[in-house]
Design a protein around this ligand. Structure first.
Ligand code: AMP
Ligand code: ZN
Length: 477
C-alpha cells in the first residue's frame, strides 16, 4: 500500500514520494503571536500533528518546522494598545501557545523559527530578488514585482491573477508599481519596531518570513508545506514566487491545506469575533475530547463547532477509554493464567490495523480510520463477552498493542485519568462541594447532603464515603 495525499498544487491525490529517500522536510505556517489561540488554530496544528505522526509511523524521518510570526501589524498594534514592547507581547503569547497546545498532545516541532531572529537572512533574500530584477525599492520599502514572475503564478489556486485578487486582502499602497505587487520589506513608520537594512530602517513583510525560514531550515525544496486554506492566497502563492525566483528551484512538492473550523458556516476567526479560545474549551472539556473532536473529521473538510459536537466526541472518546480499561484489566488477569486460543484477538487486531492503514493511506482519512477502531472496539467487546476466562494473554496483548499504536501513536490520543470533570466543574470545585456536604452532615442536614450527592451524580460524579473521608470518581451519566 502506498500513501496518497491531496496536493493543492495539482488539485488531485498523488502518491507521496519525498525528494530524498525517506527524509521528509515539512513546514507548517504557525501563529501570529499577539493573542491566545482559538479552536481554529488547534484544528490546524492537530491536523498536521496527525499527518506528521502517520509519516513517522510509516518510517519516514520527518523534520517538522513551524514558525512563530513575531513581527507583524497585529503585534505592533496590540502592543501599542497594551503599552508593552512588541517583543514582550510576542514572547508572552509564544509561551501561551505552548500552554494551550501541549495538552492536546501535539508533538513539538523540530524547529520553531521566529521571524525576528531571521532578519539578516530575509534581507539577503530581498537583496538577491532585487539583483535578479524581481523586486524594486521605493522610499525605503521593497516590493515584489508580480509582472516578472507571471508564469509562476496561480500554482495553487488555478485562477488568473485578477480572479484571485477579487475579494482577497491586498494592501493598498500607492508606491507600488502595480497594485498586485506585495511588500517584501516595509519602511518603518515613526515609533514602530524596526531593523537597519540596506533600504533604511524597516521590517520584513509577512510572506518573506516563511519563505526565508523554510528554505534556511529545510533546503530549497520542501517535501510538504502546510497551513489552513485561508493561506493559499495570497500567502502561499507569494511564498512560491519569492522562493522560486530566489532559488530557481521548485519550492514545495506537496501543498496540504486544512479546512476551516466554522461556527454557523463561517470560519472561526479573530477578526469576525466568532471564536472560542482553547482555554475556554478546557474549562468545560478535557483536552483529549477536543483533540478527538478535531481528528474525527478529515483534515480537508470543514468542521462545524458546537457544544453538541463536543459532547458527542466526549461520549465516543469515553467508549475508547472504557474499552482500553477493560483490555488492561483482562490483560492483567490473563498474564497470570495465560490460556486459550489467541487467534481471534490477533485476527481482530490485524483487520483493524489494515483498515486503519488503508484509510490513512487515502489522504489521511481519519474519519474512516476511527471507524476501523470502533469496529475493533465493538468486536473486541463481543469477543471478551463470549469467551470463557482465563483469557489468552498473547491475544489480548496483540490487541492492546494495536489499539495503542493506532489511537495513541498515530492519532495522538491519551487515555490517562481525566484531568477535569464534566460540565463546568473543576476538581477544586468538586472538593469544595464535598466540603459543603460534610458541613451539612455535621449539622445533620441530611436533605442538603443528599441533594449535593444526587446533583453531582447527575453530572457524572459519584461520591463514596468511607468513615470520615469522602472520595469521588467519574461514572457514566
Ligand atoms: P493565523 O494566526 O490566523 O495566521 O493562523 C495560524 C494557522 O491557523 C493558519 O494555518 C491558519 O490557516 C489556521 N487557522 C486559523 N483559523 C482557522 C480556522 N478557523 N480553521 C482552521 N484553521 C485555521
Ligand atoms: Zn507562512
Amino acid at each position: 500500500m502506498t500513501l496518497k495525499l491531496h496536493n493543492t498544487r495539482s488539485g488531485k491525490k498523488e502518491e507521496f514520494v519525498p525528494l530524498n529517500d525517506n527524509k521528509v522536510g515539512m513546514y507548517v505556517c504557525g501563529p501570529t503571536v499577539y493573542d491566545d489561540c482559538h479552536v481554529g488554530h488547534a484544528r490546524s496544528y492537530v491536523a498536521f500533528d496527525v499527518i506528521r505522526r502517520y509519516l513517522l509511523f510509516l518510517g519516514y524521518d520527518v523534520t517538522h518546522v513551524q514558525n512563530f510570526t513575531d513581527v507583524d501589524d497585529n503585534i505592533i498594534n496590540r502592543s501599542a494598545e497594551k503599552g508593552v514592547r512588541p517583543q514582550e507581547l510576542a514572547e508572552h503569547y509564544t509561551e501561551e501557545y505552548f500552554r494551550d497546545i501541549d495538552p492536546l498532545g501535539i508533538l513539538r516541532a523540530d524547529h520553531y523559527p521566529r521571524a525576528s531572529r531571521y532578519i539578516k537572512e530575509m534581507q539577503e533574500v530581498v537583496l538577491r530578488l532585487i539583483e535578479k530584477g524581481h523586486a524594486y525599492e521605493v522610499d525605503g520599502s521593497v516590493y515584489f514585482s508580480i509582472e516578472t514572475a507571471k508564469d509562476r503564478f496561480g500554482q495553487l489556486r488555478h485562477q488568473s491573477l485578477d480572479e484571485m485578487l477579487n475579494g482577497a486582502r491586498v494592501e493598498v499602497d500607492e508606491r507600488k508599481r502595480d497594485p498586485k505587487d506585495f511588500a517584501l520589506w516595509k519602511a518603518a513608520k515613526p515609533g514602530e519596531i524596526s531593523w537597519d537594512s540596506p533600504w533604511g530602517k524597516g521590517r520584513p513583510g509577512w510572506h518573506i518570513e516563511c519563505s526565508t525560514m523554510a528554505t534556511a531550515l529545510l533546503g530549497n525544496t520542501l517535501d510538504i508545506h502546510g497551513g489552513g486554506m485561508d493561506l493559499i492566497f495570497p500567502h502561499h502563492e507569494s511564498e512560491i514566487l519569492q522562493s522560486e525566483c530566489y532559488t530557481g528551484e521548485p519550492f514545495a512538492r506537496y501543498w496540504l491545506h486544512n479546512g476551516f473550523l466554522r461556527i454557523n458556516e463561517e470560519k472561526m476567526s479573530k477578526s469576525l469575533g466568532n471564536f472560542f479560545t482553547i482555554k475556554e474549551i478546557y474549562e468545560r472539556f478535557e483536552p483529549m475530547v477536543l483533540r478527538f473532536f478535531l481528528v474525527y473529521t478529515h483534515y480537508r473538510s470543514p468542521i462545524d463547532f458546537s457544544d453538541a459536537g463536543l459532547e458527542e466526541a466526549e461520549r465516543s472518546f469515553e467508549r475508547l477509554r472504557v474499552f482500553r480499561e477493560r483490555l488492561k484489566g483482562s490483560l492483567k488477569e490473563a498474564v497470570q493464567t495465560d490460556k486459550g486460543d489467541p487467534s481471534p484477538f490477533i485476527a481482530l487486531a490485524e483487520e483493524a490495523r489494515d483498515a486503519f492503514i488503508k484509510a490513512m493511506d487515502d489522504d489521511f482519512n481519519t474519519r474512516n480510520a476511527i471507524a476501523a477502531i470502533f469496529t475493533m472496539v465493538g468486536e473486541g467487546n463481543r469477543l471478551l463477552d463470549s469467551m470463557k476466562r482465563p483469557y489468552p494473554g498473547e491475544g489480548l496483548n496483540t490487541l492492546m498493542e494495536t489499539f495503542d499504536t493506532l489511537t495513541k501513536d498515530i492519532l495522538g490520543l491519551r487515555f490517562e485519568a481525566r484531568e477535569r470533570p464534566a460540565g463546568a466543574l473543576t476538581p477544586a470545585l468538586v472538593e469544595l462541594l464535598i466540603e459543603v456536604r460534610q458541613l451539612a452532615r455535621n449539622e445533620k442536614n441530611w436533605a442538603l447532603a443528599d441533594h449535593i450527592r444526587a446533583k453531582l451524580k447527575e453530572m457524572g460524579i459519584a461520591l463514596e464515603d468511607s468513615g470520615e473521608e469522602t472520595t469521588w470518581k467519574f461514572v457514566e451519566r
